[in-house]
Ligand binder design. Structure first.
Ligand code: ARG
Ligand code: MN
Ligand code: MN
Length: 297
Protein backbone atom coordinates (compact mmCIF):
# COMPACT_ATOMS: atom_id res chain seq x y z
CA UNK A 1 0.00 0.00 0.00
CA UNK A 2 1.01 3.57 -0.60
CA UNK A 3 2.54 4.77 2.70
CA UNK A 4 1.84 8.46 2.06
CA UNK A 5 -1.72 9.37 2.94
CA UNK A 6 -3.52 12.68 2.49
CA UNK A 7 -6.66 13.04 4.57
CA UNK A 8 -9.44 15.18 3.14
CA UNK A 9 -12.55 15.95 5.21
CA UNK A 10 -15.84 16.65 3.45
CA UNK A 11 -18.44 18.00 5.92
CA UNK A 12 -21.30 17.46 3.48
CA UNK A 13 -24.87 16.81 4.63
CA UNK A 14 -26.85 18.20 1.70
CA UNK A 15 -27.05 14.91 -0.18
CA UNK A 16 -29.70 13.71 2.28
CA UNK A 17 -32.01 15.11 4.95
CA UNK A 18 -30.76 13.90 8.35
CA UNK A 19 -28.71 16.69 9.92
CA UNK A 20 -25.39 15.89 11.57
CA UNK A 21 -23.48 13.89 8.98
CA UNK A 22 -21.48 17.06 8.24
CA UNK A 23 -19.79 16.42 11.61
CA UNK A 24 -18.50 13.05 10.42
CA UNK A 25 -14.98 14.23 9.53
CA UNK A 26 -14.49 15.80 12.99
CA UNK A 27 -15.82 12.70 14.74
CA UNK A 28 -13.41 10.48 12.79
CA UNK A 29 -10.50 12.80 13.58
CA UNK A 30 -11.48 12.81 17.29
CA UNK A 31 -11.42 9.02 17.16
CA UNK A 32 -7.68 9.43 16.44
CA UNK A 33 -7.44 8.39 12.82
CA UNK A 34 -4.09 10.15 12.35
CA UNK A 35 -2.51 8.64 15.46
CA UNK A 36 -3.78 5.21 14.43
CA UNK A 37 -2.13 5.47 11.01
CA UNK A 38 1.08 6.96 12.35
CA UNK A 39 1.44 3.96 14.65
CA UNK A 40 1.67 1.93 11.45
CA UNK A 41 4.58 4.18 10.37
CA UNK A 42 2.50 5.75 7.63
CA UNK A 43 3.16 9.37 6.70
CA UNK A 44 -0.09 11.27 7.11
CA UNK A 45 -0.89 14.82 6.10
CA UNK A 46 -4.28 16.29 6.96
CA UNK A 47 -5.48 18.69 4.28
CA UNK A 48 -8.41 19.83 6.42
CA UNK A 49 -11.98 20.13 5.17
CA UNK A 50 -13.45 20.99 1.78
CA UNK A 51 -15.60 24.09 1.91
CA UNK A 52 -19.33 23.47 1.59
CA UNK A 53 -21.49 26.21 0.15
CA UNK A 54 -24.58 26.61 2.34
CA UNK A 55 -27.28 28.32 0.36
CA UNK A 56 -31.02 27.78 0.43
CA UNK A 57 -31.97 26.23 -2.92
CA UNK A 58 -35.19 25.29 -4.64
CA UNK A 59 -35.08 21.61 -5.66
CA UNK A 60 -34.00 21.12 -9.31
CA UNK A 61 -36.72 18.78 -10.51
CA UNK A 62 -36.36 15.84 -8.16
CA UNK A 63 -32.87 16.77 -7.00
CA UNK A 64 -32.27 18.31 -3.61
CA UNK A 65 -29.35 20.78 -3.22
CA UNK A 66 -27.95 20.05 -6.67
CA UNK A 67 -25.94 23.26 -6.80
CA UNK A 68 -24.22 22.88 -3.44
CA UNK A 69 -23.52 19.18 -3.96
CA UNK A 70 -22.01 19.87 -7.38
CA UNK A 71 -19.95 22.73 -5.99
CA UNK A 72 -18.47 20.53 -3.24
CA UNK A 73 -17.89 17.63 -5.62
CA UNK A 74 -15.96 19.92 -7.96
CA UNK A 75 -13.75 21.18 -5.13
CA UNK A 76 -13.16 17.66 -3.91
CA UNK A 77 -12.35 16.57 -7.46
CA UNK A 78 -9.61 19.23 -7.64
CA UNK A 79 -8.04 18.28 -4.31
CA UNK A 80 -8.16 14.52 -4.93
CA UNK A 81 -6.80 14.98 -8.46
CA UNK A 82 -3.82 16.85 -7.06
CA UNK A 83 -3.22 14.36 -4.22
CA UNK A 84 -3.17 11.41 -6.65
CA UNK A 85 -1.06 13.45 -9.06
CA UNK A 86 1.54 13.81 -6.29
CA UNK A 87 1.65 10.05 -5.82
CA UNK A 88 -0.20 10.12 -2.49
CA UNK A 89 -3.12 8.02 -1.26
CA UNK A 90 -6.32 10.07 -0.83
CA UNK A 91 -8.29 9.10 2.28
CA UNK A 92 -11.59 10.99 2.14
CA UNK A 93 -13.76 11.34 5.26
CA UNK A 94 -17.47 12.11 4.89
CA UNK A 95 -19.94 13.47 4.94
CA UNK A 96 -22.81 11.86 3.10
CA UNK A 97 -22.16 9.51 0.19
CA UNK A 98 -22.84 12.14 -2.49
CA UNK A 99 -19.19 13.13 -2.06
CA UNK A 100 -18.10 9.96 -3.88
CA UNK A 101 -18.94 11.81 -7.10
CA UNK A 102 -16.04 14.19 -6.46
CA UNK A 103 -13.67 11.54 -5.11
CA UNK A 104 -14.14 9.27 -8.10
CA UNK A 105 -13.79 12.19 -10.51
CA UNK A 106 -10.42 13.03 -8.95
CA UNK A 107 -9.12 9.47 -8.77
CA UNK A 108 -10.34 7.98 -12.02
CA UNK A 109 -8.57 10.59 -14.18
CA UNK A 110 -5.35 8.79 -13.26
CA UNK A 111 -6.42 5.27 -14.27
CA UNK A 112 -7.46 3.48 -17.44
CA UNK A 113 -9.58 0.96 -15.60
CA UNK A 114 -10.35 2.03 -12.08
CA UNK A 115 -12.05 -0.64 -10.00
CA UNK A 116 -14.53 0.29 -7.29
CA UNK A 117 -15.58 -1.65 -4.21
CA UNK A 118 -18.88 -0.17 -3.03
CA UNK A 119 -19.30 -1.44 0.54
CA UNK A 120 -22.87 -0.39 1.33
CA UNK A 121 -26.36 -1.51 2.37
CA UNK A 122 -27.55 0.43 -0.67
CA UNK A 123 -26.70 0.56 -4.36
CA UNK A 124 -26.59 4.36 -4.59
CA UNK A 125 -27.47 3.72 -8.22
CA UNK A 126 -30.66 5.71 -8.51
CA UNK A 127 -31.29 7.29 -11.86
CA UNK A 128 -32.77 10.73 -11.01
CA UNK A 129 -36.31 10.02 -12.21
CA UNK A 130 -36.59 6.79 -10.23
CA UNK A 131 -35.16 8.13 -6.98
CA UNK A 132 -37.74 7.69 -4.23
CA UNK A 133 -36.27 10.58 -2.21
CA UNK A 134 -34.49 13.06 -4.49
CA UNK A 135 -31.48 12.67 -2.19
CA UNK A 136 -28.22 12.78 -4.11
CA UNK A 137 -26.47 10.39 -1.67
CA UNK A 138 -28.61 7.69 -3.32
CA UNK A 139 -27.11 8.47 -6.73
CA UNK A 140 -23.29 8.72 -6.70
CA UNK A 141 -22.56 5.29 -8.18
CA UNK A 142 -25.03 5.94 -11.01
CA UNK A 143 -23.53 9.39 -11.64
CA UNK A 144 -20.03 7.90 -11.78
CA UNK A 145 -21.24 5.42 -14.39
CA UNK A 146 -22.50 8.38 -16.43
CA UNK A 147 -26.17 8.07 -15.48
CA UNK A 148 -28.02 11.05 -13.98
CA UNK A 149 -28.15 14.84 -14.08
CA UNK A 150 -25.29 16.18 -16.15
CA UNK A 151 -24.05 18.47 -13.36
CA UNK A 152 -23.32 15.29 -11.42
CA UNK A 153 -22.06 13.06 -14.22
CA UNK A 154 -19.78 15.77 -15.60
CA UNK A 155 -17.82 16.77 -12.48
CA UNK A 156 -14.19 17.09 -13.60
CA UNK A 157 -15.40 17.57 -17.19
CA UNK A 158 -15.37 13.93 -18.24
CA UNK A 159 -17.83 11.06 -18.07
CA UNK A 160 -18.20 8.23 -17.29
CA UNK A 161 -15.69 7.82 -14.47
CA UNK A 162 -15.98 4.07 -14.21
CA UNK A 163 -17.15 1.05 -16.17
CA UNK A 164 -19.93 -1.17 -14.80
CA UNK A 165 -17.79 -4.32 -15.14
CA UNK A 166 -15.17 -2.78 -12.80
CA UNK A 167 -17.61 -2.31 -9.92
CA UNK A 168 -18.33 -4.71 -7.03
CA UNK A 169 -21.07 -3.89 -4.54
CA UNK A 170 -20.78 -5.65 -1.16
CA UNK A 171 -23.38 -5.69 1.63
CA UNK A 172 -26.48 -4.69 -0.36
CA UNK A 173 -29.85 -5.29 1.29
CA UNK A 174 -31.94 -2.29 0.24
CA UNK A 175 -32.26 -1.63 -3.48
CA UNK A 176 -34.89 0.48 -5.23
CA UNK A 177 -36.62 -0.77 -8.41
CA UNK A 178 -34.60 1.51 -10.72
CA UNK A 179 -31.38 0.29 -9.10
CA UNK A 180 -32.28 -3.36 -9.63
CA UNK A 181 -32.95 -2.67 -13.29
CA UNK A 182 -29.62 -0.93 -13.71
CA UNK A 183 -27.74 -3.75 -12.00
CA UNK A 184 -29.32 -6.27 -14.36
CA UNK A 185 -28.95 -4.13 -17.45
CA UNK A 186 -25.21 -3.57 -16.84
CA UNK A 187 -24.49 -6.94 -15.18
CA UNK A 188 -22.93 -5.23 -12.16
CA UNK A 189 -21.37 -7.65 -9.70
CA UNK A 190 -23.25 -7.54 -6.39
CA UNK A 191 -22.75 -9.54 -3.21
CA UNK A 192 -25.96 -9.02 -1.28
CA UNK A 193 -26.28 -10.15 2.34
CA UNK A 194 -27.64 -13.40 0.94
CA UNK A 195 -24.33 -14.23 -0.75
CA UNK A 196 -22.34 -13.02 2.26
CA UNK A 197 -24.33 -15.37 4.50
CA UNK A 198 -24.04 -18.29 2.10
CA UNK A 199 -20.43 -17.97 1.01
CA UNK A 200 -18.95 -16.22 4.03
CA UNK A 201 -17.05 -12.95 3.88
CA UNK A 202 -13.70 -14.67 3.26
CA UNK A 203 -14.89 -16.23 0.02
CA UNK A 204 -16.70 -13.02 -1.02
CA UNK A 205 -13.47 -11.06 -0.63
CA UNK A 206 -11.33 -13.71 -2.36
CA UNK A 207 -13.67 -13.60 -5.34
CA UNK A 208 -13.82 -9.80 -5.33
CA UNK A 209 -10.04 -9.46 -5.20
CA UNK A 210 -9.56 -12.06 -7.92
CA UNK A 211 -12.19 -10.41 -10.10
CA UNK A 212 -10.78 -6.89 -9.78
CA UNK A 213 -7.10 -7.87 -9.99
CA UNK A 214 -7.58 -9.21 -13.48
CA UNK A 215 -9.28 -6.19 -14.96
CA UNK A 216 -8.27 -3.01 -13.13
CA UNK A 217 -5.16 -0.86 -12.66
CA UNK A 218 -6.28 0.66 -9.34
CA UNK A 219 -9.12 0.08 -6.89
CA UNK A 220 -11.10 2.66 -4.95
CA UNK A 221 -12.84 1.57 -1.74
CA UNK A 222 -16.04 3.51 -1.06
CA UNK A 223 -17.16 2.41 2.39
CA UNK A 224 -20.56 3.53 3.65
CA UNK A 225 -20.77 2.76 7.38
CA UNK A 226 -24.37 1.66 6.87
CA UNK A 227 -23.03 -1.51 5.22
CA UNK A 228 -22.41 -2.61 8.80
CA UNK A 229 -25.24 -3.79 10.96
CA UNK A 230 -26.80 -0.88 12.90
CA UNK A 231 -25.87 -2.66 16.15
CA UNK A 232 -22.21 -2.16 15.28
CA UNK A 233 -22.56 1.17 13.48
CA UNK A 234 -25.65 3.02 14.78
CA UNK A 235 -24.52 6.51 13.76
CA UNK A 236 -25.79 6.53 10.17
CA UNK A 237 -28.73 8.28 8.50
CA UNK A 238 -30.21 5.33 6.60
CA UNK A 239 -29.67 2.23 8.78
CA UNK A 240 -30.86 -1.16 7.50
CA UNK A 241 -31.08 -4.22 9.75
CA UNK A 242 -29.25 -7.42 8.92
CA UNK A 243 -25.91 -5.95 7.92
CA UNK A 244 -22.27 -6.94 7.79
CA UNK A 245 -20.86 -7.53 11.28
CA UNK A 246 -17.94 -5.73 12.86
CA UNK A 247 -15.86 -8.87 12.49
CA UNK A 248 -16.77 -9.52 8.87
CA UNK A 249 -15.95 -5.96 7.91
CA UNK A 250 -12.56 -6.20 9.64
CA UNK A 251 -11.84 -9.41 7.79
CA UNK A 252 -12.75 -7.67 4.53
CA UNK A 253 -10.33 -4.81 5.28
CA UNK A 254 -7.56 -7.22 6.33
CA UNK A 255 -7.92 -9.20 3.13
CA UNK A 256 -7.77 -6.00 1.07
CA UNK A 257 -4.60 -5.01 2.97
CA UNK A 258 -3.02 -8.40 2.25
CA UNK A 259 -3.99 -8.25 -1.41
CA UNK A 260 -2.50 -4.77 -1.62
CA UNK A 261 -4.94 -3.57 -4.28
CA UNK A 262 -6.53 -0.45 -2.78
CA UNK A 263 -5.24 2.84 -4.19
CA UNK A 264 -7.76 5.29 -2.67
CA UNK A 265 -10.56 5.14 -0.11
CA UNK A 266 -13.42 7.03 1.47
CA UNK A 267 -15.36 6.41 4.67
CA UNK A 268 -18.78 8.06 4.60
CA UNK A 269 -22.15 8.56 6.30
CA UNK A 270 -20.86 8.80 9.90
CA UNK A 271 -23.49 10.90 11.68
CA UNK A 272 -22.41 11.84 15.24
CA UNK A 273 -25.87 13.16 16.19
CA UNK A 274 -27.35 9.70 15.63
CA UNK A 275 -24.35 7.90 17.11
CA UNK A 276 -23.71 6.44 20.58
CA UNK A 277 -20.62 8.03 22.14
CA UNK A 278 -18.81 8.24 18.80
CA UNK A 279 -19.03 4.47 18.34
CA UNK A 280 -19.46 4.60 14.57
CA UNK A 281 -16.52 6.95 14.08
CA UNK A 282 -14.41 4.60 16.21
CA UNK A 283 -15.49 1.68 14.04
CA UNK A 284 -14.50 3.67 10.95
CA UNK A 285 -11.05 4.30 12.43
CA UNK A 286 -10.62 0.65 13.40
CA UNK A 287 -11.50 -0.39 9.84
CA UNK A 288 -9.05 2.17 8.46
CA UNK A 289 -6.40 0.61 10.71
CA UNK A 290 -7.09 -2.84 9.28
CA UNK A 291 -7.15 -1.53 5.73
CA UNK A 292 -3.65 -0.17 6.23
CA UNK A 293 -2.25 -3.38 7.60
CA UNK A 294 -2.81 -3.29 11.35
CA UNK A 295 -2.29 -6.75 12.83
CA UNK A 296 -2.36 -8.24 16.29
CA UNK A 297 0.81 -10.28 15.87
N1 ARG B 1 -25.56 6.65 0.77
C1 ARG B 1 -26.70 6.24 1.29
N2 ARG B 1 -26.80 6.00 2.55
N3 ARG B 1 -27.73 6.11 0.43
C2 ARG B 1 -29.04 5.74 0.83
C3 ARG B 1 -29.99 5.83 -0.32
C4 ARG B 1 -31.39 5.45 0.07
C5 ARG B 1 -32.37 5.39 -1.09
N4 ARG B 1 -32.00 4.37 -2.01
C6 ARG B 1 -32.45 6.74 -1.81
O1 ARG B 1 -32.25 6.84 -2.98
O2 ARG B 1 -32.71 7.73 -1.18
MN1 MN C 1 -25.85 3.23 2.37
MN1 MN D 1 -24.06 4.83 0.34
Amino acid sequence: MNQNISIIGVPMDLGQTRRGVDMGPSAIRYADVIERLERLHIHVEDLGDIQIERVVEEPTGKLRNLRAVTFAATRLFQVVDSVVGHGRFPLVLGGDHSIAIGTLAGVSKHYENLGVIWFDAHGDLNPVEQSPTGNIHGMPLAASLGIGHENLTNVGNYSPKIKPQNVVIIGARDLDPGERELIKEHSIKVYTMHEIDRLGMARVMEETIHYLKGRTDGVHLSLDLDALDPHDAPGVGTPVLGGVTYRESHLAMEMLAEANIITSAEFVEVNPILDEKNKTAKVAVALIGSLFGEKLL
